[in-house]
Write a protein that binds this ligand. Structure first.
Ligand SMILES: NC(=O)c1ccc[n+]([C@@H]2O[C@H](COP(=O)([O-])OP(=O)(O)OC[C@H]3O[C@@H](n4cnc5c(N)ncnc54)[C@H](O)[C@@H]3O)[C@@H](O)[C@H]2O)c1
Length: 440
């Protein structure tokens, strides 16, 4: 099948590449000429495990193309996936300008039947807006060309995106159109050979499913973060509690790790967008409102521990920071807790020396020549002369460090661990002051 992907970001590039990998011909469009030039030179704009090889292989096989030419990309695919960004608007609602622009472009140039698929995370009712935008362009041109609109929310996780796309838990397709559903079934057939994973539903339910999934996951995190704060006060260990409840199959172990608050390009914006949608319809989502409030508070917890130990004025102090990405295995720093923590440390007068296995280039892009931020070539180098280590992202390389070597390099043997990477007893026996989350 010939497929066009509109928006070649984390979702679009992974989707396009994986669809090419199973034999489709795919053209990825983006308005960002630098990104497309880089891809056409054999480069890759994001860090995602396994993606680079897959892109190279499919480009070499002639199945994967990158372009900035809208007319060409619209003509290319019978199926047009919209995978552009839906960032938060000023009021927290999803900004649909890129989705609507993509839909207009399709209407402007299409000259045969198209299935237009919303893969971006979009509020309930967006498919209607996409349909209207296409119709408006067709009417302007004075033509009547048939098309279908479907919703196919994406559930991939950054850091495991290729794996998630190739072996999805489920494929949600929302459409009221039998022809579109048939085409979507054909596209996804190679990804569900083992058992049926495709769940077909109406468009509005599909759109809401994506927000419901992210809101539920965010709820679990905020729930555990609040219990961790309570555990600290009570002298209980949240790690034991986590295991004690996770073993209940009705609860399960996933997403029960307390930490520095959730971040990333999805949870914060999707939780806010769901709140806005509910408010617009006169519904109060009390649980979700609390999830967001708890998260805002949680982002300050590590900073408060640091100030509790060193005082509010951190002038002249330097902190080693392990982890910039919002989670391991990605270079994405959108809404990353590391940003809140670093900026808080700077405001209090401190400087930071950071190490991250892949996100340092992204930090440089965001912070430019910020004099209060230096970068280290290794986790150990970041520690040299620092007043304390602050752990923000749970990269594997931070998991079993040489504590003796660490103590020798730090000015003071103090660790603030926002990810509970270590056994408190082991770290303290190694001579450190240790500040985890929800443990004693
Ligand atoms: N990143 C994730 O883990 C993830 C997971 C599931 C769903 N989503 C959703 O998928 C969507 C895309 O997210 P992302 O992380 O890939 O975003 P991204 O910012 O990485 O990529 C979006 C791309 O779209 C391009 N673009 C914008 N307008 C365009 C247009 N009119 N024509 C062509 N290209 C255009 C941008 O230049 C950018 O490269 C969002 O709605 C997001 O919520 C993201």
């Amino acid at each position: 099948m010939k497929i066009t992907i509109i928006g070649t970001g984390y979702v679009g590039l992974v989707t396009g590449t994986c669809l090419a990998e199973v034999g489709n011909e795919v053209m990825c469009l983006d308005v960002d000429t630098r990104k497309i030039e880089l891809l056409n030179r054999g480069g890759i704009p994001i860090y995602e495990p396994g993606l680079e090889d897959l892109v190279k292989r499919n480009v070499a096989a002639g199945r994967l193309h990158f372009t900035t030419d809208v007319a060409k990309s619209v003509a290319f695919g019978q199926v047009q996936f919209i995978a552009v960004g839906t960032p938060p608007d000023e009021d927290g609602s999803a900004d649909l300008q890129y989705v609507v622009a993509a839909a207009r472009n399709i209407g402007r140039y299409m000259d045969d039947y198209k299935v237009i698929v919303d893969k971006s995370t979009v509020p309930v009712g967006t498919a209607d807006k996409v349909r209207a935008a296409v119709r408006e362009q067709l009417a302007r041109r004075g033509v009547d060309i048939p098309f279908s609109v479907a919703s196919n929310p994406e559930f991939l996780k950054e850091g495991a995106a290729v794996e998630d796309f190739m072996r999805p838990d489920r494929i949600v397709i929302g459409t009221d159109d039998a022809r579109a559903l048939e085409i979507m079934r054909t596209i996804y057939a190679p990804f569900q050979r083992n058992h049926e994973r495709l769940i077909a539903m109406d468009i509005r339910s599909a759109e809401l499913t994506k927000y419901a999934a992210n809101a539920m996951l965010a709820t679990r995190i905020s729930f555990m973060n609040e219990l961790a704060l309570l555990a600290e006060k009570l002298g209980a260990d949240i790690e034991h509690v986590r295991q004690g409840i996770g073993s209940d199959p009705r609860i399960g172990y996933h997403f029960l790790y307390p930490g520095v608050g959730y971040g990333g390009s999805c949870f914060p914006k999707d939780v806010q967008a769901l709140q806005r949608t509910a408010a617009e319809h006169g519904v109060t989502l009390r649980v979700i409102n609390a999830v967001e409030q708890a998260n805002e508070h949680q982002k300050q917890v590590l900073l408060n521990k640091i100030k509790g130990r060193f005082g509010d004025d951190l002038s002249g102090r330097r902190f080693a920071l392990w982890g910039l990405a919002f989670k391991p295995n990605t270079d994405d720093m959108r809404e990353a807790p590391s940003r809140v923590i670093m900026e808080g440390l700077w405001r209090a007068g401190a400087t930071v020396r950071a190490y991250d296995p892949v996100a340092m280039h992204e930090a440089r892009r965001i912070y430019g020549d910020e004099p209060r931020l230096a970068y280290a070539d290794s986790p150990m180098e970041a520690l040299d002369g620092a007043d304390a280590l602050v752990i923000v992202t749970e990269w594997k390389v931070f998991r079993s460090p040489d504590f003796d070597a660490m103590r020798a390099r730090l000015q003071q043997p103090v660790i603030f661990d926002g990810r509970n990477l270590y056994e408190p007893k082991v770290v303290r026996e190694a001579g450190f002051e240790y500040f985890p989350i929800g443990r004693h």
